[in-house]
Design a protein around this ligand. Structure first.
Ligand SMILES: [Fe+2]
Length: 444
């Protein structure tokens, strides 16, 4: 008995010592041994491929306002920019018509890119639809709910490799979700335009079923001096987001940055542009000021405010260190003033979660910063970290995977990171986030 008491005393002392350790020693660099990068998928069409014509492909959807959805798809030949839809499979009592565009890039000529906004739609409802009057290709999506809870999937730097496929499979086979957010670097086409088409085919099963809200990364720029002087040509043509006056208030005027509400205004999402001018006085900076002032002036403010950006503002990986610093200096005070709860970034091909931070240090009224640039791209993982791990970097690991944020209620959201662990999705990091809006100390 005496021996048992002594053992208990020793355990108590050890536990006490562990719990009283300074935060730096609680920061975690995962020891997980990760598999190798995987090859780029072959989803390019052969010249003798007999599909095409007016057959819709690369279908994806994005929200427009609180009750509309933009449907975007591509056909090889001219076809009607029409979406027929309804809530019963095989019956399409409603229809809408939109517009069609094309673009050329060096010697490449895109297919017909169709864009149709449909609605008003009921929240949390499954709609069946078909594009360009195509009778062989029924699709369906579910509209987001108009109230909390609300479930986001967040995945960056996706690309189109075997690991991308693994990430997409984990997303679709995991718990159901309402919307996917992508903080830049979509296709890794890198000026070879058919890769935008193969990417569109790869993501269609998911992107045609749940809204995909994206912002740009460096791989979307695709500017070639003299030959292709205008950046974002393919990205803007293929992945139009709700930035204009018909879709957003305030409209940003640029497809490179915009914002929107979900869950009836309970969550406000800000998509920032790392590769658009963000300096004070720039259109993006001015728009962000206006956007955040707008939500702070609401009678009922959002419970949670989220922001996405490509180049991380906080990063202890050796890759891309300091690339987000200038944008952070320009915009972090605005986000703090707008009570932004979390900032999700890509660019660094690894996962990292910080504590609430502001001005380069831990701050209970700052945002949780997460790097989620681990979707599966062909460039592989960024495995080298700064040592020792700073206390504000809570967890970091160079593995492919995706994240999920469930805003459960007006005060709490649960963040989980799902590693592609030998093709099995494993929750490797998890944290509950309490909203700044519910913290009196941050609302003085
Ligand atoms: Fe990037």
């Amino acid at each position: 008995m005496a021996m048992a008491n002594s053992l208990a005393l020793v355990l108590l002392v050890v536990a006490g010592a562990v719990l009283s350790l300074p935060p730096a020693t609680l920061a975690v660099t995962s020891p997980y041994v990760r598999p190798k990068p995987r090859a780029t998928l072959s989803l390019l069409k052969d010249d003798d491929d007999d599909t095409g014509g007016q057959t819709p492909e690369q279908v994806h959807i994005s929200v427009v306002g609180s009750d509309k959805m933009r449907v975007t798809w591509i056909t090889a030949d001219d076809a009607p920019a029409t979406v027929e839809y309804g809530t019963t499979s095989g019956q399409y009592p409603l229809s809408a018509t939109g517009s069609t565009t094309t673009y050329s890039y060096v010697l490449y000529h895109s297919g017909k890119i169709h864009d149709v906004v449909i609605g008003p739609l009921q929240p949390n409802t499954t709609y069946f639809y078909r594009c360009s009057n195509d009778t062989s290709h029924e699709l369906s999506f579910r509209t987001p709910p108009a109230t909390l809870p609300f479930k986001f999937v967040i995945a960056g730097d996706l690309g189109q490799t075997g690991w991308t496929e693994s990430t997409l499979r984990h997303i679709s086979s995991g718990d159901d979700y309402d919307m996917l957010l992508l903080p830049g670097d979509l296709s890794y086409a890198d000026v070879y335009q058919p890769r935008w088409d193969s990417y569109g085919r790869l993501v269609e099963p998911l992107a045609s079923a749940r809204p995909w809200m994206v912002t740009q990364g460096n791989h979307e720029v695709e500017k070639i001096p003299v030959i292709e002087p205008h950046p974002f040509k393919a990205y803007n043509a293929r992945w139009r987001m709700p930035y204009d006056a018909a879709a957003a208030s305030p409209p940003s005027g640029s497809n490179l940055y915009y914002s929107f509400d979900v869950a009836g205004g309970a969550v406000h999402v800000i998509m920032l542009g790392s590769y658009a001018d963000y300096s004070p006085g720039s259109p993006q900076h001015t728009w962000l000021e206006s956007d955040l002032a707008g939500i702070m002036n609401r009678t009922i403010k959002p419970a949670f405010v989220l922001a996405l950006v490509h180049a991380p503002w906080y990063n202890t990986n050796e890759a891309h260190r300091g690339e987000g610093d200038a944008m952070r200096d320009a915009m972090e005070p605005l986000l703090r003033g707008g009570h932004v709860d979390a900032v999700f970034a890509g660019h660094v091909h690894a996962y990292e979660r910080f504590a609430r931070v502001y001005g380069g240090r831990e701050d209970a009224c700052g945002a949780v910063h997460v790097t989620i640039g681990d979707g599966g791209n062909r460039e592989g993982l960024a495995e080298d970290y700064v040592d020792p791990q700073p206390a504000m970097s809570v967890f970091r690991e160079a593995s492919f995977g995706h994240g999920r944020l469930e805003v459960v209620n007006a005060t709490h959201a649960r963040w989980t990171w799902h590693r592609n662990d030998d093709d099995v999705a494993v929750v490797a990091d998890e944290v509950w986030i309490t909203s700044l809006a519910s913290n009196p100390a941050c609302n003085k």
